[in-house]
Design a protein around this ligand. Sequence first.
Ligand code: GAR
Length: 197
Amino acid sequence: MSVVPTRIAILASGSGSNAEAILRHFEGSETVDVAFVGCNRQESQAGIYERTRQMGVETTRFNKAELLDGGLLQALQSKGIDWVVLAGFLMHIPEGLVRAYRGRMLNVHPSLLPKFGGKGMYGMHVHRAVLDANATESGITVHWVTEAYDEGAVVFQAACAVEPNDTPESLAERVKELEHMYYPRAIAACIAEHVTS
Ligand code: GAR
């Protein structure tokens, strides 16, 4: 019996280290095919293009207008994309896209939501806020994407310590280790559950 793989799209805005972890996790998978990698920033501002190219995968640029006017959604649908996973994607997801992929769109956030989430809380801003608040732990949250920033139901969380001498950069590194280890597995688990339910 042959399995029809679930086709996923990765949307990113930055260095693409999570995109790489996801691509590596599903390399050779019979059940999940990463069929599209997209980025809203141009190549000079986002390391993801070079990073995925090294892996033999092209990242496609799309602009804000395409995100907002439904052009991106059309492109995803025409490629038969079943699931969308956000991997450091820093723009708000428009309602149409959320609706089309409700229950099939995941995000990873670099804190223990609901702490340090919401508008303006992304990337290094999150780690700075965690340190400014003298928090003793941080971590990652994988959650469903809804219309409101970082408010969808939580699928998975993992915590790490905030060390006394942490800088935003050192904390980001520790949090990214968690993301790379757990986000691909959380994606795989959600897809598997969806397929068998
Ligand atoms: C990751 O830490 C991700 O959690 C964060 O951006 C970083 C992207 O790194 N996303 C958010 O802050 C979303 N609110 P990467 O480009 O190396 O994967």
